[in-house]
Write a protein that binds this ligand. Sequence first.
Ligand code: GCB
Length: 636
Amino acid sequence: MLYPRESETREVRSLDGLWNFVTSDEANPTQGVRDKWFSDDLSKVKDVIPMPVPASYNDITTDNTIRDHVGTVWYDRKFFVPKSWAKDQRVWLRFGSVHYEAFVWINGEMVVKHEMGHLPFEAEVTNFVKYGEENRITVMCDNALIQTTVPQGKISEVKKDGGVAIVQTYTFDFFNYAGIHRSVHLYTTPKTFIEEVEVTSDLEDSNSVGHVYYKVKVGGTASNEADSNLQIRVKLRNKESVTVANGTSDGDLKGALEVKNVKPWWPYLMHAEPGYLYQIELFLHTADNTLLDVYRLKVGIRTLTWNNTSFLINGQPVYLRGFGKHEDSDIRGKGLDFALLTRDMNLLKWIGANAYRTSHYPYSEESMQFADENGIMIIDECPSVDTDNYNQALLDKHKSSMEQLIHRDRNHPSVIMWSIANEPRTSPFQADSHFQFVANFTRALDGTRPVTAAIAVPSASDKAAKHLDIICFNRYNGWYSNPGKLDMITTHVVEEAITWNKKHNKPVMIGEYGADTIEGLHLLPAYIWSEEYQNELFSKHFKAFDILRKKEWFIGEFVWNFADFKTAQSITRVGGNKKGVFTRNRQPKATAHLLRKRYFALGRELDRCNLPEDLFLYITDATSTESRGKRETADL
Ligand code: GCB
C-alpha cells in the first residue's frame, strides 16, 4: 500500500483535526450498529465531546470511564469534497491506523472495515462522496482484544459495586491505547493508477555501481488490458535532483536502473553521509504516450547479507546498538506527533544509537521515512506480543499482520530485519509449527531481509528460534532475575548468548535488558530503582557485550527502553514502566550519559566515527604535557 503523496496526477487532503466522539455502553457494544448511529450526526444520539485526530482517546479527558473504556467508541466529522474531484478520477479514504478494529461509513454507507492496529487501510470512496457538498464520515472503533486478535487479550465480567464490569486484561506490558492513532487522508488517483511499487537494490564493484529494481502493479480501468499496453517510464534523481538513471519498464511493468558512482545508503555513524536517498519517479503511460499517473518515492541503495556468523550492510559487518521503543507520550498516547518523532530522532542521534526495534507493533509511516533519512536501522516488528494459545485463526491473523507490514514497509532502506513476534510463549509444541509457518511466510514475501523474533523463553525449552535467521533474546539479569545483584549479570549474559549460538549456529543479539529507574532517585551504594543502579546494571551488561563482541556472531545490543511509558495499572508499575533511559518527557536520566559514551565509543572503534565535542566534559588538565612533566619530575 502506497503512502499518499501529491503529484501532477494526485491530490491529498487531510481530515485530521477535532472530531466528535461518544462511547458506547460497555454492556451493549453493538447498539450503535443496530440503531444505525452512522445514519445521522452522532450528536443526534448522544452528547458528543471533541476528540483530536490523530490521538489515543484515553488520556484526553479527565474521565476514567473514557480512559478505561472497553469496546466500541464512535467518531464523526463533516468535510467537503471539491467539485473538481468529480472529474474522471478516483477518490480514496486512507487511515494511517486505528486501534484495534475500525468500521467506517460515509454519508451513512459502510465503506471499509479493518482489523489490526498500527497498520494502514484504505477504500475507494469515489461513489460514496458528494462532490461540492458537505459529507459526513463516521468511524466506530473497537479496542477489545480476545484470544484471536493480534495482540491477544481476554475480556471478562467482574462483579463491581452496584453491578458487573466488563474487564479487559492482557499480558503485554504497555497500555492498550485506542482510537484514530494516525492521520486520515482523502486523496485522488487517476482512473488507471499506480497501485503498488516494489523497489529493491544491490551494489557491485566495491559499492561503486548500484542497481535499483522496480516492479509496479497498476490498478483500475486499464489494468485488465494487455499489460503491454501500459508502460512505466522511470527517472532516478539524486539529492541535488539531478537525473542519474532512467529507463522504461518491460511488459510486466518491471525494470532495472544502473547508477554509476553510486552513493550507497549507510547507517548513522558508519559513514560521513548516512541515510543517502535517491528519488524514484514513476510515470505510468499508455502505449500511445498518454501520461496516466505519476508517483515518487525515496529509495536507498544498499545490500544486506547474513550468514551463520555475521550480518553485513554493503559488505561491512554491522554491530547494532540501540533501543526497544514505544509509540507513547503524555496526553496523546499513541497518537502520531511530529514534535515527538523529531525529538526522538534528535535524541537517538545525540546518544549515538544506530538502530531500534519497533517494539511491539509497527510504528508510523512518517517515523520510517525519518529513519530512512537519518540512517537509523529498524527491526520492524508486527503486533504479535506474548503470542499464546495457538490456533488456526490466530495463525491467519498473525500472517496477515506480517503481510500488511511488509506491503507497507518493504521499500524502506532503514528496515533491515522483520521481527515476527515479541516474547511469544514458545515452549508448547504448537509454537513450533506456528512459527515455522509465520517465518516461512515472511521469507516468501520478502527474501531480502532476515527474520528474527525477540524470545524470552530459555533456549532449552524454546521451539521457535530454529525457524529464525537471527536470534534475539530478551533477558533481565539483575532485575527480574536476581534483583539487586549486580554481580550476577555479566557471566549470565555471556553464558546465555553462547548457549543460543551453540544451539542454532546463528548470529545472536540481545533484544532487551534494563532496570526500572525513578528519575531523581539517588542511592549509594546502588539500590534497585535508583539512577545509580541503572548505571551499574548497564555497565555490567557492557562488560558482557564486550566479551561477546570478540565472538563474531554477537551482532547487537538493545536497551529496554528508550523512554518511560504507560502500562496497565499494576502493583509493579509506578505510573508506568520506568525502564527508560529518557523520561516520558524525553529528558535524560543519568544512564543516558553513560550509554552515550558507550555508543559513541563503539562507533569510534568499529566505524571510525568522530566523537561529539561534549562527550567528555573537562575535568582536570592532568593529562596535559605540562602536568605530566611535573608529575614525572616529582616522581624522580
Ligand atoms: C519484556 C517485554 C516488554 C516489557 C519488559 C519489562 O520482556 O518484552 O514489553 O515492558 O519486559 O519491562 O518488563
